[in-house]
Design a protein around this ligand. Structure first.
Ligand SMILES: *Cc1c(COP(=O)(O)O)cnc(C)c1O
Length: 402
């Protein structure tokens, strides 16, 4: 049939920067999705920590369809009500006083890093333009953000790269102490390294970064693109720590599946950007902001945060039971519904293989590097879906170990 779309068409027509699964998903409901053959999957991947409310949640669907009948796009020549409502929610419920909207995590980090450079320039301190970032970090794929990310394999082919960025080991405060100076304008850090293997920051590390940034007049940027919007059981991960950043970036779950991102900061830093310094056509798009606002208001409740914590405990208990029979993981780590299962060294490099077996058994999971299976399901996932999913995971592991 001429209209039939198949996986082969991906190879025919798409730039080969991705290697998607062999099946094509066509619809979803809650934490279950179905492919072209009506095969059902339980979704522990959540669109990589994006689908905060799962699939086709009525709260998000209603917000989108209501807004779709009113106003889609007006550009930033005009402001709009959904953008201002979402901004009000973000400043009311975080440390921030001001918000900049954009479309992706990379763009939010780009806005943050450019702002840090501008702050450094306006500080009158000569050459205050150096950025400290961390090995194995991930901040996006624009040239600036991919260079800030700590995996040179993602940036080296695109040299010459933006300068002035130095990487040290994550959770190594002494390494930061050794290089931070009056020339440092920013430190950018993920509270939990997501792509880097679901590695949580130590509390003393984040506290130490805060102290060092204050001492040297550098801005502390928390990249909460993956950890934000309830994922860790608080609205943002920094809220568990008592450490407040100067700039925070948020994306992924912010729109629950509709593309939107934001950079949050204080009045003091926001005003160092002037009209025309930065921008983007789609930033604050009414459709995106209407959906994000509905997602935000749904998520930002004690009930949801408690549910995330309860689900975390169910996952960890279930995974520990699996591990008692299979001895496949050396560590289960993460916070809330961002969970990493670190494979024993015998299986290092085989996370992708286990991910594929899981989908064969009707379970979508993610990897975070070659040795870590990552779960980032909907915050609304039910106890039943977690149980059923872990059962399918058990079957996949049994086949993996054969
Ligand atoms: C996914 C991610 C990004 C990049 O977001 P995009 O929307 O893909 O540009 C940046 N930082 C972190 C921590 C992420 O997990």
């Amino acid at each position: 049939m001429q209209n039939q779309i198949t996986r082969q068409h991906f190879d025919d027509w798409m730039v080969p920067v991705f290697a998607p699964a062999e099946f094509i998903l066509t619809r979803g409901q809650g934490s279950r999705v179905w492919d072209q053959n009506e095969k059902e999957y339980i979704d522990f991947a959540g669109g990589i920590a994006v689908n905060a409310l799962g699939h086709a949640h009525p709260v998000a669907v209603n917000a989108l369809t209501e807004q779709a009948q009113k106003l889609w796009h007006v550009s930033n020549v005009y402001t709009n009500e959904p953008a201002l409502r979402l901004a009000r929610n973000l400043v009311t419920h975080t440390f921030a006083d001001k918000v900049f909207f954009c479309n992706s995590g990379a763009e939010a980090n780009e806005a943050a890093l450019k702002l840090a450079r501008k702050i450094g320039l306006l500080s009158q301190q000569p050459n205050k333009n150096q950025i400290i970032a961390f090995n194995n970090a991930f901040h996006g794929r624009t040239l600036f953000t991919v260079t800030a990310g700590g995996q040179s394999k993602y940036s080296q082919d695109f040299a010459p790269l933006p300068g002035g960025i130095t990487h040290v080991n994550y959770n190594d405060l002494d390494a930061v102490k050794a290089i931070i100076s009056e020339q440092t304008c920013a430190v950018i850090v993920e509270p939990i390294q997501g792509e880097g293997g679901v590695v949580p920051a130590h509390l003393e590390f984040l506290q130490g970064l805060r102290t060092l940034c204050d001492e040297f007049g550098a801005v502390l940027i928390f990249d909460e693109v993956q950890t934000g919007v309830g994922r860790t059981g608080e609205l943002y991960a920094y809220m568990h720590t008592g450490v407040t950043p100067d700039i925070l970036t948020t994306a992924k779950a912010l729109g629950g599946g509709f593309p939107i991102a934001a950079m949050l900061t204080t009045d003091h830093f926001a005003k160092q950007y002037a009209v025309g310094d930065h921008g983007t056509t789609y930033g604050g798009n009414p459709l995106a902001c209407a959906v994000a606002n509905a997602v935000f208001e749904y998520v930002n409740t004690p009930e949801v945060f408690t549910a995330v914590q309860r689900s975390h405990e169910q996952f960890v208990a279930g995974l520990n039971i699996l591990n008692e029979s299979h001895a496949i993981f050396k560590e289960i780590r993460g916070q809330g519904l961002l969970i990493g299962c670190v494979l024993n060294d015998d299986y290092a490099g085989k996370a992708g293989q286990l991910m594929n077996l899981a989908s064969d058994h009707g379970l979508l999971v993610l990897v975070a590097g070659p040795q870590v299976i990552r779960f980032a399901p909907a915050l609304t996932i039910t106890a039943q879906d977690i149980d059923d999913g872990l059962q399918r995971f058990d079957q996949a592991i049994q086949q993996f170990l054969q």
